[in-house]
Design a protein around this ligand. Structure first.
Ligand code: HEC
Length: 109
């Protein structure tokens, strides 16, 4: 019995640790800042700004998530001044949603 309780406690604490690590801000820092800047201010020649960008601030969360999951390449590209493609992030659906929340929330402050 004690063993089971201990196991439940362990699983619960691991689950919470996992959530904390996979927060939108952390994912953004790990996977997006190289091209989009530490504060989403953009990086010249690499990636457009997200801070103050209407596609982010006024866009639908689904549209933003789609770009994150599928990338934006070739004819779909919007910015001539950024010759790179937006790569597929490889994130899970849930993680992409966390990143969108962060981008529309704290990143804009
Ligand atoms: C290798 C560089 C690179 C990385 C890494 C990268 N992006 Fe991008 N991203 C781009 C480029 C270049 C564009 C512009 C594509 C275009 O011309 O439409 C872009 C566009 C976007 C857009 C659309 C912006 C708009 O104004 O239409 C979103 C949203 C986005 N990126 C989110 C992310 C997120 C979230 C991550 C991290 C998971 C990420 N990007 C990682 C290069 C990158």
């Amino acid at each position: 019995m004690h063993k089971i309780l201990w196991l439940v406690a362990l699983v619960v604490s691991l689950a919470f640790a996992g959530t904390a690590l996979a927060g939108g801000a952390d994912i953004y820092k790990a996977k997006c800042v190289a091209c989009h800047g530490q504060k989403g201010e953009g990086v010249k020649g690499l990636g457009p700004a997200h801070k103050g960008n209407k596609f982010i601030t006024e866009g639908k969360p689904e549209d933003i998530k789609k770009v994150i999951l599928e990338g934006r390449v070739g004819a779909a590209k919007k910015y001539k001044e950024f010759p790179l493609d937006m790569p597929k992030s490889g994130l899970s659906d849930a993680d992409a949603e966390e990143v969108v929340k962060f981008m529309q929330g704290d990143l804009q402050k």
